[in-house]
Design a protein. Structure first.
Length: 530
């Protein structure tokens, strides 16, 4: 049969495989040698063993064994799409960033949404924060915003991130996720309460990636041509409206379609229903940071909007699915340290730890030259010109014969400070390990205010949500945690206690309570004994 795939195959659905283009139908090996037979291994005689000389077979087996790069150590399950960001309000008074100089400026971008704790094949609708990563390919290189769908986080010092994540991942013996570990850690680090109250509320399981907000969570900064710095928190409000799933339906979906969110986003974009988000800022003058009644760099606290209202500065829509998931989403490398001129950081301790962590993770996960992969730069908009050379899988020409050191006399790239210089940041003077335990700190006021903002039906659902999970932790941990829920709001503690009494709230029901039918019916059937 001499029919080529393109002759017999007509794609009709976007999810069909794509027909090869002209000249792409001849099968070759990795060196481009035509393959004569892709069906049968080379054997010594019809029934004989396989010959070592079958290089095509060996190459296929060897490359198959190397198909996976390590999954992200956190946020492994996710999906993404390309889109367009548009500035709706120029803010030259706040920043020299080229992106924000003119209203109407547009910029290509990439978004990736993710689960935090689960592995690459994890179910989408499990209760957890969602990652909200954005990469803007600006004229001055990439600006990355690697946030979550909640404005706060569980811990506020990079030194506790590894412990926190271990408590969320799998148990070292049972290899299952463990409510004992989760609630043990949370009850011993009460600064996590604000984020936990978010997570056990309705927003803990969004209806889809399209129906959730994103937040920088951290405090970042912007600086202008006069050398003035402001501290900012970024907000990305969904224009599809917030929609959430209730835990029982979410669990059912997890069983029936673990890739529910992936399907939703992909198909919405294929239908031309491009999801949109509004981009806003809270702006705090630098001087306020000294005197504000909350630590503005504490990632477990929000800035009340009454003090720092939202300023709308842009909007983005996602309008293009990836051509290839691995090339463009799995190999996407987001890093909070990607900050063009005009964008700056803050003394937030977690942010400072993250500035190192992501590039390090990419070098391990994807390789030393990860930044040169097409999805991680936009050469047409902002060409990359560095003195980095060589390294594994240097596939891009390696800057040919350009000078390899600087300064040089041959016109190699030179620094460009721009017209304005980044203003200096004042930092504390006495090096020490400040912070824990600040026994008199109020960990409960903001989560309490959040709880009281919720309607009573949502509060009732939160009581059940907590009980479903807390119920699986040992009594001494339950007791310690309930005492903290009392401090958030007495009604929350009492509500969770009442929910814990309901028999249906037992987390992770035992197999006997799930199996309703007689599962021995296959016994004695025609296949018995085979
Ligand atoms: C992914 C480290 C805190 C949001 C990652 C990855 C690492 C990491 C190593 C995997 C990167 C990769 O392999 O591509 C850390 C450390 C933290 C921290 C050390 C604290 C010190 C946070 C916080 C947020 C966050 C506070 C949100 C506000 C994300 C997101 C991803 C991610 C969204 C997925 C990025 C993507 O879509 O590829 N983090 N993280 N992380 N982290 Fe963090």
């Amino acid at each position: 049969n001499k029919a080529t795939q393109s002759e017999v195959y007509k794609p009709s659905e976007p999810t069909d495989m794509q027909a090869p283009k002209q000249g792409q139908t001849r099968l070759t090996n990795a060196a481009g040698n035509p393959v004569a037979d892709n069906q049968n291994s080379l054997t010594a005689g019809k029934d004989g063993p396989v010959l070592l000389q079958d290089h095509h077979l060996l190459e296929r087996m060897a490359l198959f064994n190397r198909e996976r790069v390590p999954e992200r150590v956190v946020h492994a399950k996710g999906t993404g799409a390309f889109g367009t960001f548009r500035v709706t309000r120029a803010i030259p008074e706040l920043t020299v960033a080229k992106l924000f100089q003119k209203e109407g400026t547009e910029c290509r971008m990439l978004a990736r949404f993710s689960q935090v704790a689960g592995e690459r094949g994890f179910a989408d609708t499990v209760r957890d924060p969602r990652g909200f990563s954005l990469k803007f390919y600006t004229e001055d290189g990439n600006w990355d915003m690697v946030g979550n769908n909640t404005p706060v986080f569980f811990v506020r010092d990079g030194l506790k991130f590894q412990d926190f994540i271990h408590s969320q991942k799998r148990h070292p013996v049972t290899h299952r996720r463990s409510e004992t570990m989760m609630f043990d850690f949370w009850s011993l680090r009460p600064e996590s309460m604000h984020q936990v109250v978010y997570m056990f509320g309705d927003r803990g399981i969004p209806r889809s990636h399209r129906h959730m907000n994103g937040y920088s969570s951290h405090t970042y900064s912007l600086w202008n041509a006069q050398g003035e710095r402001v501290y900012v928190k970024w907000h990305f409000h969904t224009q599809q409206g917030i929609q959430n799933l209730m835990e029982p339906e979410a669990m059912e979906i997890a069983g029936q379609n673990p890739d529910f969110y992936l399907q939703d986003l992909f198909e919405a974009i294929e239908r031309g229903e491009y999801p949109k988000w509004k981009v806003s800022l809270q702006v705090m003058p630098e001087a306020d940071a000294e005197t504000y009644h909350l630590d503005p760099f504490d990632l477990t606290k929000t800035w009340p909007h009454a003090d720092y209202p939202l300023m709308d500065v842009g909007e983005f829509e996602l309008n293009e699915n990836p051509d290839n998931y691995f090339a463009q989403i799995e190999q996407a490398a987001f890093e909070p340290s990607n900050a063009p001129r005009g964008f700056g950081f803050s003394p937030d301790k977690m942010l400072q730890a993250r500035l190192m962590s992501y590039a390090d993770a990419h070098r391990y996960r994807i390789g030393a030259n990860y930044a040169a992969l097409p999805v991680n730069l936009n050469q047409a908009v902002s060409p990359v010109q560095t003195y980095h050379r060589d390294g594994q899988l240097r596939f891009d020409g390696n800057f040919g014969g350009m000078p390899v050191y600087e300064p040089n006399s041959f016109g190699g790239p030179v620094q460009d400070g721009g017209e304005a210089a980044e203003p200096p940041i004042t930092v504390g003077s006495r090096a020490d390990r400040y912070g824990w335990p600040d026994t008199d700190e109020d960990y409960f006021a903001q989560p309490g205010a959040l709880y009281r903002l919720m309607r009573s039906e949502e509060q009732a659902r939160m009581h059940d949500n907590f009980a479903r999970h807390l119920g699986a932790a040992p009594d001494f941990i339950q007791g310690r945690y309930l005492a903290q829920l009392d401090k958030v709001d007495a009604r929350l503690g009492a509500g969770v206690r009442a929910s814990l009494e309901k028999p249906e709230m037992k987390a992770r029901p035992q197999i006997e309570t799930i199996l309703k039918e007689d599962h021995t019916h296959a016994a004695g059937g025609p296949l018995s004994g085979q």
